[in-house]
Design a binder for this molecule. Structure first.
Ligand code: NAD
Length: 249
């Protein structure tokens, strides 16, 4: 592993570097991922966007799932892996983070919100599906706790956590920016993702084909393991601080 860390750190020391993160970077902050054993899909069945928009029962189920995860999210703080990326960012070694995560922990670790590209939105915001007004999640969860199981906006529209559900269109501007960064970077560092969810799963390939060095830090296998330049099987909270120390030394 020492050699792999050095290879990533050597690349990190120059050029334009991008990190791409998934749920695995936040498990050490106490937020379960989706696909590992004990992950979110062991407990819940996903609610599709068209079901949310067409059936009150689906909206109630969706909010029930979000409410069950609310406490973990409220309590979660950036862990050693988030902080290691933030150090690289502040030292000018990391240009931006593209994330599939919806927990806001990269911003909390000190990376400017402008340099965190959220492909799947952010669960700390709530959006009205009719008028588009965005508000914080606190108000919605207060209403749920008081018995309003599928809260609606003053305009009558359905309120929904501002995250991308299965079957919902991806945010165009974010996808465009992520694509541009993947194609222009020198190092593309994947952390904590199965790389199975589209279109995010295409980004490592775009980066690689555009000449970037592709490095992966993840506990389980990914479809890119045999084609990437460096692969580290390990915990993000242990591996990333070592990469950062080696880069900045
Ligand atoms: P995923 O659940 O498909 O995969 C997570 C990967 O991280 C797995 O391969 C697992 O082995 C690995 N992993 C778990 N803990 C790790 C650790 N400590 N160090 C290194 N690797 C670790 O997650 P994904 O690929 O991000 O995919 C899907 C979806 O999950 C996204 O749409 C995202 O919105 C959503 N999600 C986000 C959060 C969050 O915001 N924290 C949590 C759960 C799910």
């Amino acid at each position: 592993m020492k050699d792999a860390i050095k290879q990533i750190a050597d690349r990190m020391a120059t050029g334009q570097n991008i990190a791409f993160t998934g749920a695995g970077i936040s498990t050490e902050s106490g937020i379960p991922d989706y696909r590992s054993q004990g992950g979110i899909w062991d407990e819940f069945k996903p609610v599709y966007f068209d079901e949310f928009m067409s059936q009150k029962s689906a909206r109630i189920e969706y909010w029930r799932q979000k409410a069950a995860m609310y406490d973990d999210l409220q309590k979660a703080e950036p862990n050693a892996a988030h902080l290691a990326l933030a150090d690289l960012y502040h030292q000018g070694r990391l240009a931006a983070v593209i994330t599939q995560n919806i927990d806001g922990l990269h911003q909390e670790s000190g990376i400017s919100a402008d340099d965190v590209i959220e492909l799947h939105g952010n669960t700390r915001r709530v959006r009205c599906m009719a008028c588009g007004v965005v508000s914080s999640d606190h108000e919605a969860f207060k209403r749920i706790a008081a018995g309003d199981l599928a809260p609606e906006c003053h305009c009558g529209g359905y309120l929904k956590p501002d995250t991308i559900s299965f079957g919902q269109a991806m945010p165009e501007a974010e996808v465009k920016r992520a694509t541009g960064l993947a194609q222009a970077c020198d190092l593309f560092l994947v952390v904590g993702s199965t790389l199975l969810v589209q279109p995010a799963a295409l980004l490592p390939d775009m980066a690689r084909r555009s000449g970037a060095f592709l490095a992966i830090v993840n506990l389980s296998e990914t479809p890119y393991d045999t084609v990437c330049d460096v692969r580290i099987k390990g915990k993000a909270g242990e591996v990333l601080p070592r990469i950062t120390r080696q880069t900045l030394k």
